[in-house]
Design a protein around this ligand. Structure first.
Ligand SMILES: C[S@@+](CC[C@H](N)C(=O)[O-])C[C@H]1O[C@@H](n2cnc3c(N)ncnc32)[C@H](O)[C@@H]1O
Length: 292
């Protein structure tokens, strides 16, 4: 039986609704625009177009995956972040919108001190799908980014994403624990910026995460032990050795962990100009400081 775009949209919406999947209409639109390679608004301009058998089979498979709990971004294999497109699959965590605030603050900092056109050296610790490293390389046109991760799978995905966004020549990838891969590479006091969205879910809170996260995304992207700022402390501590004087430290934090982190950075490690920035949901999400 032939099916138009509009009929398919209505069918997918009712099925997702019946199965209690959130946002059934917008999910159906996202699925069809991904399958047909059309913008969401163009689905309606082409609403009478008939789907091919292959397109209908793909829609059925997307719906089945969504009903079994898979996240939309792993099904469509794509996520938008800061105006760029990223390949998204279970090799790395799905980029979150709040991380755009982290990236935006780093860019604003270098614009404010009029260094956005310099050959900045940036380290992105725990790069995952590469969103932070790639967006910074894209926006800060001469920057060179060193991206690390403990997961080889994540680094493979990040390097594919760098090629998709045509910044692969300005990003180097390192496999290993936090700054471990920088050892013996003569990188002391050489970075203009260290940026990270590290794991920040306490082990004891993991069970409370949505099934969609627990069952599909890599655990290593979330778990941080018994303290939400365990990774942050280590990155800030070891980062002192790698940052230049005046270099920027920019970290994403969990809800309500910002004060503890600011206290640690100012009293224990003597970072200066400490600032906390809220994300678009009004949560104090990004902590920034400068090494003197
Ligand atoms: C919260 S995710 C962030 C991913 C990505 N930067 C983003 O913002 O979407 C944290 C990342 O840190 C990586 N990671 C976990 N433990 C690590 C470690 N000890 N050293 C380096 N990276 C680590 C994980 O594999 C994961 O990719």
């Amino acid at each position: 039986m032939s099916q138009s775009i509009l009929t398919a949209l209505n069918f997918a919406t009712s099925l997702l609704k019946e199965k209690n999947i959130p946002n059934p209409r917008s999910t159906s639109e996202l699925f069809l625009s991904s399958i047909l390679n059309l913008k969401r608004v163009d689905l309606y301009l082409n609403k009478e177009k008939i789907l091919s058998d292959k397109e209908r089979e793909k829609l059925d498979s997307f719906l089945e995956q969504r009903i079994s709990g898979a996240p939309i971004q792993y099904i469509t294999k794509s996520t938008g972040f800061y105006g760029l497109e990223f390949k998204t699959d279970p090799r790395a965590m799905i980029p979150r919108p709040e991380t755009e605030t982290l990236v935006s603050e780093v860019i604003k900092h270098f614009k404010k001190i009029k260094r956005e056109s310099d050959a900045l050296k940036i380290a992105d610790i725990g790069t995952g799908s590469g969103v932070i490293a790639i967006t910074l390389a894209f926006e800060l046109k001469k920057s060179l980014v060193y991206a690390t991760d403990i997961s080889k799978d994540a680094l493979d995905l990040a390097s594919e994403n760098a090629k998709i966004n045509e910044v692969e020549k300005r990003i180097e990838y390192f496999l290993g624990n936090i700054f471990g891969p920088f050892d013996n590479r003569n990188l002391g006091n050489s970075f203009d910026c260290i940026v990270s969205n590290p794991p920040y879910v306490r082990d004891s809170d993991f069970e409370n995460l949505d099934k969609e996260i627990k069952d599909f995304e890599p655990e290593a992207a979330f778990l941080c032990g018994d303290d939400g700022i365990n990774f942050h402390k280590k990155i800030a501590e070891d980062g002192i050795k790698y940052l230049k004087e005046g270099g920027l430290l920019a970290l994403e934090v969990a809800l309500d962990d910002d004060e503890k982190l600011v206290e640690f950075l100012s009293s224990v490690l003597s970072y200066h100009n400490l600032r906390v920035v809220k994300d678009l949901a009004g949560i104090r999400r990004v902590v920034l400081g400068v090494k003197f």
